[in-house]
Design a protein around this ligand. Structure first.
Ligand code: FES
Ligand code: FES
Length: 171
């Protein structure tokens, strides 16, 4: 006897970049695929799909999370922020994004969204980091292009600018 099991679609309601959204996902659908294919936010990149490279990192309830290691249905009721949510409503870049641009901290850009999300959350907890601490934070991310130097410089510059304004909320 052949048992045919069809995946049901589940409704997933979450707050995405500050707005309530609803989508549908199979129980096994990854959050990364849900964001990209169901909700159309392709800024979140998918590299290894094993939790290693960090390119898929988003913020879930304010904390960095590998969206390739999380199911879409687990995002039900949560607050998710992607790289599309880092800039302001008028598309002005955040301080951190500006620093990445000014320091040429990306080449192909594949790793960039994940690094930006981790760094934005991390700077809130570490407003005056050392270079060593930045490099340790970056150990959770693989970049094949930049050699990391410009990325480190950009994050240190962002920390300096944000502490100068007394706020790291808009990293
Ligand atoms: S794609 Fe998620 S960690 Fe590499
Ligand atoms: S800029 Fe190409 S992988 Fe990081």
């Amino acid at each position: 006897m052949t048992l045919l099991v069809r995946d049901q679609l589940h409704r997933v309601r979450l707050t995405l970049n500050g707005r309530p959204v609803t989508g549908r996902a199979q129980p096994r659908m990854l959050l990364s695929d849900f964001l990209r294919h169901e909700l159309g936010l392709t800024g979140t990149h998918v590299g290894c799909e094993h939790g290693i490279c960090g390119s898929c990192t988003v913020l879930v309830d304010g904390e960095p999370a590998r969206s390739c290691l999380m199911l879409a249905v687990q995002a039900e009721g949560r607050e998710v922020r992607t790289v599309e949510g880092l800039s302001g409503d008028d598309d002005t870049l955040s301080v951190l994004q500006e620093c990445f641009a000014e320091h040429h901290a990306l080449q192909c850009g594949f790793c960039t969204a994940g690094i930006l999300m981790s760094a934005a959350a991390w700077l809130r907890e570490n407003p005056s980091p050392t270079e060593r601490a930045v490099r340790e934070m970056l150990s959770g991310h693989l970049c094949r292009c930049t050699g990391y130097g410009p990325i480190v410089a950009a994050i240190l510059d962002a920390a300096s600018r944000l502490s100068g304004t007394g706020s790291s909320d808009d990293a």
